[in-house]
Design a protein around this ligand. Structure first.
Ligand SMILES: C=C(O[C@@H]1C=C(C(=O)O)C=C[C@H]1O)C(=O)O
Ligand SMILES: [Mg+2]
Length: 463
């Protein structure tokens, strides 16, 4: 296998000398199991600020990336541009592997900002509106099997010494990754609501008035909680906590230039496997009960609550319509069921479809984002409204985050229940769907519940 990687690198350098463009070499090895969190932690030494972590709710896939061998960014027409740049890179790529397995080989991880037209603050300066990383090393644990992908971008100026360097480095990574990882929590010293609660509730009241009088049906309003800790927040510790407490969610972390966007989202935007497409309608929320009986009562209440059903129905209508455009067949249950996480329960409708040919994951992301679960209805007007009245730079919050492989498989979640970690500070985000019969006080309480997963993972919630 290693001689094949060497051959691949030599071929890529020769190709690059001729074409003058960088060439990607991607080698996949099946390896013994490595703990995902250990691999992530070991990467800290050489790749701090260039790591990502992803786990899906069924634990069927773990993806950990270390280092950035290629970065994709774009500004206008961003979904198409990312796709074009990705296909450009893939066109000449040299792939060394002996087994077919999704989420291995040429692969990228990243996401988009919620609204590229929103006025920017300095909060998200480390994240471009579209940002994808092709990792140098990718650990993929897919349905219990473990793979290590090594990606190298070769240019006309390289020589085969990058082969030796890579072999030495990855051996060190793999052998160190068996080390135990120690938890550590920094102490929370300050918690501040960025927008005064009364002001936020007033915005909700004003919005409700508009919803009663205009064509807008639903608008999602969010707010930010800023935390200060005694010392730098350890991303590994936060991830460990999320993995323990939010098992039913997508757990993700995406580092960029020293900051880390992290979260545990229960909401899938889209998953594509071959020509199968999956999406999720998730909207309408209530607390968990303290006892089983109270929990069931609350769940039943949610399933029968007109306001929450309305919030949910708007999402179902829009996602169904968008999926029907890209699918030959779309299936979904006629009534929502409950999705329960540690801190909250939601109304939930899964959607399955068979995609038409030539329909890529990013095209589906483009047609869905933002769904009325995060934006509102009608889509364009709702986003404009948020841009105008919401006192928050959402950045990557509430936007698509996920991965793509070279065969067109991929999965994106909606980045909610999330936080942006910046050294010893963190911003947490939470929002809720405002409709005609929303009550400002209850919506405020709902956002408080939605802060809990991240607050707890950061050690800021007294248990
Ligand atoms: C916007 C968030 O969550 C969304 C809003 C929901 C609601 O208002 O009921 C429920 C699930 C999510 O689609 C968030 O968690 O920040
Ligand atoms: Mg709600």
């Amino acid at each position: 296998m290693e001689t094949e990687l060497k051959k691949g690198i030599e071929e890529a350098i020769a190709k690059s000398k001729k074409s003058l463009i960088p060439i990607l070499v991607s080698e996949v090895q099946k390896i013994d199991h490595i703990e995902p969190l250990s691999f992530f932690t070991v990467g800290k030494e050489n790749y701090l600020g260039e790591r990502f972590f992803w786990k899906d709710p069924t634990d069927s896939i773990y993806l950990i990336g270390l280092g950035v061998c290629h970065q994709i960014q774009s500004v206008d027409n961003r979904f198409n541009q990312v796709e074009d740049q990705w296909n450009q890179l893939l066109k000449e790529a040299i792939i060394v592997k002996d087994e077919e397995q999704k989420a291995t080989g040429p692969f990228m991880f990243g996401g988009f900002s919620f609204d590229p037209l929103k006025k920017k603050t300095s909060l998200w300066s480390k994240y471009a509106d579209s940002l994808f990383h092709v990792p140098k090393y990718l650990l993929s644990i897919v349905e219990g099997k473990t793979y290590l992908t090594t990606n190298i971008v070769c240019t006309q100026y390289d020589d085969s010494s990058i082969f030796e360097q890579t072999i030495v480095e990855r051996q060190a990574l793999v052998s160190k990754a068996s080390k135990e990882y120690k938890s550590h929590f920094s102490m929370l010293v300050e918690e501040r609501e960025v927008v005064d609660p009364e002001e936020w509730k007033q915005t909700v009241r004003d919005l409700v008035r508009d919803l009663k009088n205009g064509e807008l049906k639903k608008v999602v309003l969010a707010r930010e909680l800023r935390l200060v800790f005694q010392d730098a927040v350890l991303v590994e510790g936060v991830l460990e906590q999320l993995l323990q407490e939010q098992k039913e969610s997508f757990t993700f972390a995406f580092e960029s230039n020293g900051d880390c966007f992290i979260g545990a989202s229960p909401e899938r935007l889209v998953k594509k496997e071959g020509n199968q497409l999956f999406s999720t309608c998730l909207a309408g929320s209530i607390a968990r009960g303290k006892t089983e009986k109270e929990d069931k009562q609350l769940g039943d209440q949610l399933l029968n609550d007109a306001k929450n059903l309305r919030e949910h129905l708007y999402v179902v209508e829009m996602i169904k319509e968008a999926m029907e455009k890209v699918c030959n067949e779309v299936k979904l249950p006629s009534r929502p069921s409950l999705m329960k996480m540690r801190d909250i329960q939601h109304l939930y409708t899964p959607v399955v479809g068979f995609s038409k040919e030539e329909c890529s994951v990013l095209q589906v992301v483009d047609s869905l984002h933002p769904t009325p679960a995060l934006g509102g209805l009608p889509q364009r007007q709702a986003v404009e409204k948020i841009r105008k009245i919401e006192n928050l730079d959402r950045g990557f919050y509430a936007a698509p985050i996920g991965w793509l492989d070279y065969e067109g498989n991929g999965e994106f979640a909606v980045a909610i229940r999330s936080a942006l970690i910046q050294g010893n500070e963190a911003s947490l985000f939470a929002g809720c769907g405002i409709v005609q019969d929303s009550d400002a006080e209850s919506e405020y309480v709902e956002t408080k519940i939605k802060f809990r997963p991240m607050l707890s993972a950061l050690g800021g919630l007294k248990k």
